[in-house]
Design a protein around this ligand. Structure first.
Ligand SMILES: [Zn+2]
Length: 308
């Protein structure tokens, strides 16, 4: 099996073939065993016990809010019951005393891997609904269907589905050295893998080569896929690669990067260890925390797990 990174490894059975069965969904909504995760402004209700956990609630508490038109998404089946997410924005149900609203990015590394993955699903789909209330084809208001997994236009009959945006993220390697970039928008000495959105009409391999060349001027040859990671901010799919650098000279795109630099494998090993143990030391070059796939790609390559 492949490696699972934060936001991957969702244990729910999405039962996508039954989402459009309104009778079945109504039965699940009436089932006292069904659970709902409320999110307000995309932050989940979270139990702040010794180990934080998502605050799954019985459906009953949320019935009035639901009747008033709140967005509800069927997430899937797990542990013998249905799991839903509800947009709690505007609801007059306050979190419990030991419950608070927590930002997903901050919360994800602290909760169970399976819960972070379910949270990624809930956050992405609720966010999509908030930003896609009107038909992209004719501009009319659309209606929710398939238990939150599509929106239909009553005017032009178009169907719209939650989208996932593929992002290639790669480590260009040349012998014992690898290319990392420092983002213009991020202060300090934080370096990371180069990355960018896949554009219409190109393959993943072409996107990897194009992004490295555009951002750093380095030309690449072979490309090897390592692993993927859902990234729900708002709905990217990070696709991690190693790629073979054919040239060394760096010319950064100043719009994207403040700097790009070749790092030796030993140096990256040290950076991985530092990023895994604590916050950045601003005087030293650093890598993203383990929640990010960039960290995992660097870890895998520097520890010799993967080569081209
Ligand atoms: Zn329409």
């Amino acid at each position: 099996m492949e490696d699972i990174y934060c936001f991957g490894g969702n244990p729910l059975d999405r039962a996508s073939e039954r989402r459009s069965d309104q009778t079945w969904i109504a039965k699940l909504l009436a089932d006292p065993d069904s659970r709902v995760l409320p999110l307000r402004e995309l932050k989940p209700y979270t139990r702040l016990t010794a180990t934080p956990a998502l605050d799954w609630r019985p459906m009953d508490q949320w019935r009035d809010h639901l009747t008033s038109g709140a967005m509800l998404v069927f997430l899937g089946l797990g542990d013998g019951r249905a799991h839903f997410a509800i947009d709690a924005t505007g609801a007059n149900i306050a979190p419990d005393v030991d419950t608070d609203l927590v930002d997903v990015r901050a919360l994800a590394p602290a909760i169970a891997v399976s819960e972070a993955a379910i949270l990624a699903e809930a956050r992405s789909v609720l966010d999509w609904h908030a930003r896609h209330r009107f038909c992209a084809q004719c501009g009319s208001p659309t209606n929710v269907s398939a238990a939150g997994w599509s929106r239909r236009c009553p005017e032009c009959r178009a169907s719209h589905h939650p989208r996932t945006d593929p992002v290639v993220i790669m480590l260009a390697i040349r012998g014992e050295r690898a290319l990392l970039g420092r983002n213009r928008r991020r202060p300090g000495a934080r370096f990371s893998c180069l990355a960018g959105f896949v554009e219409p009409g190109e393959t993943l391999e072409e996107a990897v080569r194009r992004e490295v060349r555009e951002e750093s001027g380095v030309r690449c040859g072979r490309v090897r896929y390592l692993a993927g990671q859902p990234w729900p901010f708002p709905s990217s799919l990070m696709l991690g690669f190693l790629t073979e650098a054919l040239t060394e000279e760096i010319t950064v795109d100043p719009e994207e990067l403040a700097e790009a630099r070749w790092f030796h494998r030993d140096e990256i090993t040290e950076m991985v260890a530092r990023a895994a143990t604590g916050p950045d030391d601003p005087t030293k070059v650093s890598l993203p925390a383990p929640i990010a796939i960039a960290h995992q790609i660097c870890r895998r390559w520097s520890s010799g797990l993967d080569s081209l």
